[in-house]
Design a protein around this ligand. Structure first.
Ligand code: FE2
Length: 512
């Protein structure tokens, strides 16, 4: 089936799902709310040149099931050319159904390229805050500049000061969230905020946890400000899971049931298009977007299709299975899709937005011989080198890798083979630290000196919290590492502790 008929089928199925909903319960056209149903805010995502997704979820009682009962509810939506919502250019009705926790995902199309729009929702007597979205520049045009940020790992136990500062950078037009949007565990000791219960397993648990995270005012402010392009890592389901395997040796059939519930709740809470809607334990999250001809974004899923970690999920010395060619990080279809897309891309910058470090490096955790992180690409050596070899042979224009997961900042000129010191570089990799995970953090310059000395392709390490903002032009990529001093209490100032530049035509990274 080609993509067009696949999408047609998808939208027919979606329409059927809506009809099913209307017969399944009494449609409430004019609900009355005694408390604000927009407790989780509004969001936009996955922009195209002619539109984007707008999202909200009606949840007057957010961390206790939502408080919406079992009937579907009509929600009016509007998209306008101005922030005051005076010049409405599109509007319609959507149904917030109990099957999707009364979330609403509207795919708006037919808008003008490369401009901001504003949107809001109305359910009965309740009007949502106004959010700002943005369409992408038209295909075939070369925009002069893009400003975006990327972030990951937002353990709710600490303060989201990094989101607060990012929202103050008002010229940011896109945000990549690279995963660990939630954590699945129970409450922690001695932290300023707490999880709403023990480790999560049921659909209600996952919904309530996502809702808890989304009640944060700073995260909501950033979602209101611009579209997000989201992907997940492990904690949206369970720590260090790989495909159908969790870390505790649970039977795959059993773990896949948990994964299905986690994926459903994730879809319900993210501004994703309907083709991402999960079917059982499967969810199509990897996808591609273009910012005119300036950048092509390949948003990857390095969790759902992985084979089990050949050498476990810790940092260590290579085991017998280290070189196993059957190990896969992306799975066969996603790997083929990525190579195809990169091979045909006409984007000036080809951005891989993904989770785990690609560069590969000696973690210097042992005195006798190198150690590697086995949950990252380095633990899937053959799969990793298939990708770096492809980059070096097919030569897509300016590959740049954006990474999360490790709760620390890293900058590398990705070597073709990290076991060979003379290996050429094939891409630039910017790894962004956590928003909060790991607590306050330190620069840790001692470790930086040690790890940079052992890995000649590495340019930077820092263990503080924050995010990375990027300014991309046809000739130059600037990455600014923004860090906060603490997250254990609110209100930390922010600083740009390091800046790096990649010039068009070479993966070399220089300090700016
Ligand atoms: Fe994390």
């Amino acid at each position: 089936m080609d993509r067009r008929s696949f999408l047609a089928l998808q939208s027919r199925l979606f329409a059927l799902a809506l009809v099913g909903t209307q017969f399944g319960g009494r449609l409430i056209a004019n609900p009355r709310f005694s408390t604000n149903p927009y407790s989780l805010g509004v969001a936009s995502g996955d922009p195209a040149a002619d539109g984007f997704v707008i999202w909200t979820r009606l949840a007057p009682d957010p961390v206790k099931g939502g408080g919406m009962g079992t009937d579907p509810v009509k929600v009016r939506w509007e998209v306008a050319e101005d922030e005051a919502m005076r010049r409405v250019v599109q509007s319609g009705d959507a149904i917030a159904s109990p099957e999707l926790a009364h979330s609403v995902h509207v795919e708006v199309a037919g808008l003008q390229a490369d401009r901001p729009y504003w949107y809001r929702f109305q359910a009965g007597d309740a009007t949502s805050p106004v959010g700002r979205a943005r369409t992408m520049p038209a295909l075939g045009t070369m925009p002069g500049k893009l400003r975006f940020a990327f972030a990951s790992c937002q353990d709710y136990h600490f303060h989201y000061t990094a989101w607060q500062h990012m929202a103050a950078e008002t010229d940011i037009d896109l945000v990549f969230h690279l995963g660990d949007y939630i954590y699945e565990g129970g409450p922690k000791q001695n932290t300023p905020r707490q999880h709403n219960g023990p480790e999560i397993y049921s659909l209600d648990d996952y919904r309530n946890r996502l809702a808890l995270y989304k009640t944060d005012e700073h995260l909501q402010a950033m979602h209101r400000h611009c579209p997000f392009l989201v992907t997940w890592d492990d904690h949206e389901v369970d720590n260090n899971y790989a495909g159908a395997m969790d870390q505790d040796g649970t039977r795959p059939e059993t773990f896949l049931k948990r994964r299905a519930l986690a994926y459903q709740a994730y879809y319900e809470h993210m501004p994703l298009r309907s083709f991402c809607r999960p079917v059982g334990p499967d969810m199509q999250l990897y996808r591609r977007m273009s910012y005119g001809s300036l950048a092509d974004f390949f948003i990857l899923d390095t969790r759902q299709y992985r084979s089990n970690q050949p050498c476990g999920d810790k940092s260590g010395k290579p085991c017998d299975g280290f070189f196993d060619p059957r190990a896969t990080m992306l799975g066969e279809s996603q790997e083929r899709w990525l190579h195809d897309g990169l091979g045909r891309s006409s984007g000036r910058w080809n951005v891989l937005a993904q989770q785990v470090i690609l560069a590969g490096f000696d973690t210097v955790r042992s005195e006798d011989g190198p150690t590697f992180s086995m949950d990252q690409w380095s633990g899937y050596y053959s799969a990793r080198n298939r990708l770096t070899r492809f980059l070096s042979e097919a030569k897509p224009s300016n590959p740049v890798v954006l990474t999360g997961d490790v709760h620390s900042n890293w900058v590398s000129e990705v070597p073709l083979d990290f076991l060979d010191e003379r290996s050429p570089s094939v891409a630039a990799e910017f790894v962004g630290t956590s928003i909060t995970s790991g607590g306050d953090g330190t620069a840790n310059t001692e470790y930086r000196a040690k790890v940079l000395a052992k890995n000649p392709w590495m340019r930077h390490y820092n263990g503080q919290r924050g995010y990375v903002s990027c300014t991309v032009t046809p000739e130059r990529w600037l990455a600014e590492y923004r860090t906060v001093e603490y997250v254990s209490r609110p209100g930390s100032p922010i600083e740009t502790h390091a800046r790096f530049v990649v010039e068009n035509g070479s993966p070399r990274i220089t300090s700016a």
